[in-house]
Write a protein of this length. Structure first.
Length: 222
């Protein structure tokens, strides 16, 4: 391991596990980053408990420069952790499809009898939580505009959306850059175009806005 290499920690979304980042991790590692995928109980544990657990995990990592990548609820967890326990080593964060301002999908499911358990405690807590400011951290936001997902059909999301989160819901005040790709919420984890954008932001603090879109079916090469 290169002791001078920068570290990237990836945080998954609701009902997932760190294994979903397998392809993206390999892409980051080939680009010289040391990677970690952190897993947590996204359904049964509340927002504060998961945020504190992530902060404890960060504290165990060596190195002077750390970047974070969160998909969906994972971006909410890492942002909440930094707000509660700032870590000066964290430089850049990429949030992929975060339900930041609100979540029509979650609030819609809460109105359906017996469906509230699907959104989990952390996301339920986030619906009424104050949105954190993260001074000193460069934030980049990736949203999706390919409307593939059951939530979009059940709730009737306004376009553009990625099947679960609308583009408007991903707006983060103070973000350094943002980009919308023609991918669905789940395709973000496999898309080569999305991986390119994650790498661009981690390296430069900016996304690439002048490249043609990849087709959503073009996945990251292992």
């Amino acid at each position: 391991m290169n002791p001078a290499a920068e570290t990237v920690v990836l945080v998954h979304g609701l009902w997932m596990h760190g294994l979903v980042f397998g392809l993206l991790r390999r892409r980051l590692q080939r680009s010289g980053f040391v990677t970690h995928a952190w897993s947590y109980p996204s359904v049964r544990q509340g927002l504060a408990a998961n945020a504190d657990a992530f902060s404890r995990f960060l504290a165990t990592l060596p190195g002077r420069s750390i970047h974070l990548v969160g998909h969906s609820l994972g971006g909410i967890i890492l942002a909440s952790a930094l707000a509660r326990h700032p870590d000066p080593r964290v430089r850049r964060c990429v949030l992929m499809g975060p339900p930041w301002t609100s979540s029509r999908s979650a609030t819609g499911l809460l109105r359906v009898p017996g469906m509230s358990a699907l959104i989990g405690r952390s996301l339920h807590d986030w619906l009424t939580a104050p949105r954190p400011a993260l001074p000193g951290v460069d934030i980049g936001v990736i949203s999706g505009s390919r409307p593939l997902g059951l939530a979009g059909l059940l709730v009737g999301l306004p376009r553009p959306h990625d099947g679960i989160v609308t583009v408007d819901e991903t707006r983060v005040a103070g973000a350094r850059d943002a980009v919308t790709l023609h991918v669905s919420h789940m395709e973000m984890l496999l898309s080569a175009r999305c991986a390119d954008q994650v790498l661009s932001f981690l390296r430069t603090g900016r996304f690439t806005h002048d490249q043609p879109e990849h087709h959503a079916g073009q996945d990251i090469q292992p």
